[in-house]
Design a protein around this ligand. Sequence first.
Ligand code: ADP
Length: 231
Amino acid sequence: MAELPEEFNCTITNWEYIYGLCRDVADEVRRDEFEPEVVVALARGGWFAGRCLCDFLGLDDLTSLKMEHYVGTAQKTGEPTVRYPMPEGSVEGKDVLVIDDIADTGGSISRAEAYVEQRDAGEVRTATLQLLDTSEFEPDYVGERLAEWAWVVYPWNFIEDMVDLLSGVMEKADQESYTADELRHYLAEYHDVKRIEMEIAQPNRLPEVLAEMERRGVIEGAGPGEYRLAE
Ligand code: ADP
């Protein structure tokens, strides 16, 4: 997330909530009487949703496509491109549902749809669990529309995102060292992540994240209960 502005709102989610969005997307697909033969899950954010959709819709054909768009975690560099092509025969002649977690500009999913279509697929439709109103692309199925832009912290990359968020916060606040409570304070101030929201979505995870940051050499201990960015 290094290239996002220093202050932006984040929403912390959990498995139950996201699983509910997967079910909502599956319900829409069924209501629409679309019967895909294969799900193409965009790596890596679409994987969980892709696997759940196969379960909800009774499919055993799941494949993956990796789009590349970001440098670091969150810097956009023009048109998204396909990083790894799909294996021969994955979609040819089949009706396909392309799924991703969220569309921001919509570039990734729209490019993925075009790529799958070029591979002589049958009917190709698209879905995202969440859709930001910045998206220029309208997927066929959407779990939830977000009226306000936010960085959504998904349960499958909770640690990855929290490491980025906490190191960003430490850099910006520019204190010598931080207690866990001070870090919570800055998460609320810079990213609108309130303690209660984080503890409801992901209870007791802050110590785990701090320990992992220490293990990865991102932070170091600075006295009892205090942390600072590693040199
Ligand atoms: P788009 O091409 O729609 O702009 P992106 O390329 O921005 O989509 O997004 C690529 C991936 O980055 C998404 O699949 C998602 O995993 C992640 N991502 C983008 N925006 C957000 C966000 N606001 N919150 C969480 N993850 C995001």
